[in-house]
Design a protein around this ligand. Structure first.
Ligand SMILES: [Zn+2]
Length: 324
């Protein structure tokens, strides 16, 4: 996966190339339709060269050449009119007049259009689905949680509030490089809260990458066991790099992946590398600490326990509750 700005610049390049191709098509069409136009185009090209030589050679005949060009341009406009074409038929039309679709203004500063396009690609690169993009802190529905204390004496609503507050604080300071382990059973809202964090980080212009542990391990395997130069492998390599470098990595449902010695080691490497670089990671899981210990190396479990803030979701399946 290319960086968001590289994708934005390549979209701008496409816009420029398409416009140039369309203009060239129009010129060819006019040359075919009108001999007069073809002659004028020729004259203008030669006069342009002469004008350049004149400027370089002390502006001899400068005004004469300029007059000649203006006359030819008027003649060209007349040809367009006779053919029933609009007078701006051969003009360059830019999507963005500030940077003429180059992405940079006359002072070499990034244009607003480039920033907007880059933001669009940052969001696309996040791999979050359309449904997930609606799952925000603002849309969080506390009415799904009971205010009545459970058997252990804690109200699900209080647990949800606490989880929400910690998650929001975390999302607002992604650059601190902290990490979260979201724990809870199926349907307790772990993915929802992960999405809230991801969306807030995107709103703060951070790069985000979301993936299920299952798919992430598949990806790590295709990088390891794929053939170099193969298109699918190259794609996997660039996505892996994006997952390594993103300001925020969200790994959903740790424990559901197909674990081999290789994937266990590769996951540990990914977690460690991000910890060392102080890049924020969110992991959600519905397995217990002891199950983690059994499933992964003790080294990995203790590193996660030591460096991740644990957030527990209230028990109870919210998806079921929604339909009751
Ligand atoms: Zn622009």
């Amino acid at each position: 996966m290319q960086s968001a700005q590289a994708l934005a610049l390549s979209e701008l390049r496409n816009i420029r190339e398409n416009r140039e191709a369309e203009l060239e098509r129009r010129r060819a069409e006019l040359r075919a339709r009108s001999d007069e136009y073809a002659t004028i185009e020729n004259d203008l090209r030669r006069a342009g060269n002469r004008l350049l030589r004149s400027i370089l050679g002390g502006e001899r005949d400068f005004d004469k050449i300029k007059n000649f060009i203006q006359n030819k341009q008027r003649a060209k406009a007349a040809v367009l009119k006779n053919l029933g074409l609009p007078e701006d038929y051969l003009d360059e039309k830019y999507n963005c007049g500030i940077c003429r679709d180059t992405g940079f203004d006359d002072n070499g500063k990034k244009c607003r259009c480039l920033k907007e396009l880059t933001a669009k690609y940052i969001i696309q690169n996040s791999n979050m689905t359309e449904v997930m993009k609606e799952q925000t802190f603002e849309n969080f529905d506390f009415s799904l949680f009971s205010p009545k204390p459970d058997a252990k004496g804690r109200a699900p609503l209080d647990i949800a509030r606490s989880a929400y507050n910690k998650a929001e604080k975390f999302a607002d300071s992604i650059d601190d490089g902290k990490n979260i382990l979201l724990m809870g059973g199926v349907g307790t809202g772990k993915t929802y809260l992960s999405s809230c964090i991801g969306n807030r980080a995107l709103a703060l212009k951070k790069t985000v990458y979301y993936e299920t542990a299952y798919k992430l391990c598949e990806l790590l395997e295709s990088v390891r066991f794929g053939n170099d130069g193969d298109e699918k492998t190259e794609q996997a390599q660039s996505v892996k790099k994006y997952a390594e470098d993103a300001d925020l990595l969200i790994i959903d449902d740790l424990g559901t992946e197909f674990l081999t010695q290789f994937t266990a080691a590769a996951l540990f490497d990914l977690f460690s590398a991000r910890l060392n670089r102080r890049l924020a990671t969110v992991i959600s899981t519905n397995i217990s600490f002891s199950a983690m210990d059994e499933r992964y190396s003790q080294r990995m479990t203790s590193r996660i326990l030591g460096e991740y803030m644990i957030i527990s979701m209230p028990e109870g399946d919210l998806r079921r509750k929604k339909y009751e």
